[in-house]
Design a binder for this molecule. Sequence first.
Ligand SMILES: O=C(O)c1ccc(O)c(O)c1
Length: 247
Amino acid sequence: MTQDTTTGKLVLPGYRRDDVEAHPPLLSPGYKSTVSRAPRQPLTYLPQRLTEITGPLLGAGRLGELDHDLTRQHDGEPLGQRIIVHGRVLDGDGRAVPHTLVEIWQANAAGRYRHTLDNWPAPLDPNFTGIGRALTDAQGRYEFVTVQPGAYPWRNHDNAWRPAHIHFSLFGRAFTQRLVTQMYFPGDPLFSQDPIFNSVRDEQARQRMVARYDHATTRPEWALAYEFDIVLRGRDATPFEDEDDDE
Ligand SMILES: O=C(O)c1ccc(O)c(O)c1
C-alpha cells in the first residue's frame, strides 16, 4: 500500500485482487460489462475503523420464517426441480462464522429473473421470486430450499449462455464486509464458454464455486441436495466477485 502524494489517501497499487489468483480481476475483457465497469484509477483503501465495523446488523428477529424457503413464499409451489442448498460459512482458518447473513438470488427453472431488465422469452413463474436469506447457526451452517435455476442467454458474445447458478451475498461482522459470489452445479456443460466462470483463472479456485451433489442430505421423494461451503479468506477462499448489482 502506498500514499497518494496529492490526496494523502492510502491507495492500493493496482486492482484490489489482481495479485490473488483465486479471485477474478475486476477487468476481464471477455466478460464485457467489466470493461466499462472496472475502475480506471487505483482503488482507495478504506480502513475498517469503528464506524465501518459497528452498526446495526440484521439479527434473527428481522428474518421472516420463510425467507430461506424460496418454494413457500407464494400461494402455490414454483415449477422446477426442488433442491436443498446447504453448507457452512468458514473463515480462513476453517473456523465457523456463526450468525452471519447469507442472501441468495437466482433465475427461475426456465432461466428467467423476476427483474425489469430480464425480458428474454422464457416464462415468469407467479410462484417464484428467486430471493432468499438465512442466518448461519452457531456452527456456521445455512440452508435454503429452492428450485434448480435454468440456464439463460445473455448476449455477451455469440450464442452466450450462463451456466445455471445461484448468486450469494455474505456479510461478515458488519455490512461493510460484504462478499459476493456465484454457486454453480456439478458437470454443467456450459462452463467452458462462460467468461464469468472463467474469469477465475485458477482451476482449483473455479472448482470451489461448484457445489457438490449431496446424496446423504437428498430427501427421498422430495428434493435433491447440494452442499456449498463458503470460505471467506485464505488459501482455500471461495472466489469473490466485485460487489455490484448485477443479476
Ligand atoms: O455483469 C453482467 O453483465 C452479468 C450478466 C449476466 C449475469 O448472469 C451476471 O451474473 C452478470
